[in-house]
Design a protein around this ligand. Structure first.
Ligand code: FES
Length: 107
């Protein structure tokens, strides 16, 4: 387990995806209240950054073809994507947001 500090909690705006490189892994963070979700920042349908999409009630939506990915499991809820994206563990300590991008939690 490799926890890497990525940003401050205040840097993340509610439901606004933000892309980061965490130990050479592209990761998108989504804050919902005091909870922060971390997913791979690459759509499973094509090489598109999910951080350029938007959060809907279904999850994180890819802007190119509209597939949505659940924030907790990375599962696609709508086509054309059919494969889940990786999800990573997030730890929030005070105002610091840490992500373990060394191993997905949903495989
Ligand atoms: S590239 Fe994301 S749904 Fe097609």
């Amino acid at each position: 387990m490799t926890l890497t500090r990525v940003c401050s909690l205040v840097d993340l705006k509610e439901d606004e995806p933000a892309g980061f490189e965490v130990d050479d892994v592209p990761v998108v963070l989504v804050r919902q209240g005091e909870t922060v979700h971390a997913l791979a920042d690459v759509c499973s349908h094509a090489e598109i950054a999910l951080s350029e999409g938007e959060v809907t009630r279904e999850g994180l939506e890819c802007w190119l073809h509209g597939s949505c990915f659940k924030l907790t499991t990375g599962e696609p809820t709508s086509p054309p994507a059919s494969v889940r994206v990786d999800v990573y563990a997030v730890t929030v300590e005070g105002d610091d947001v840490y992500v373990d991008a060394s191993a997905p939690t949903n495989r």
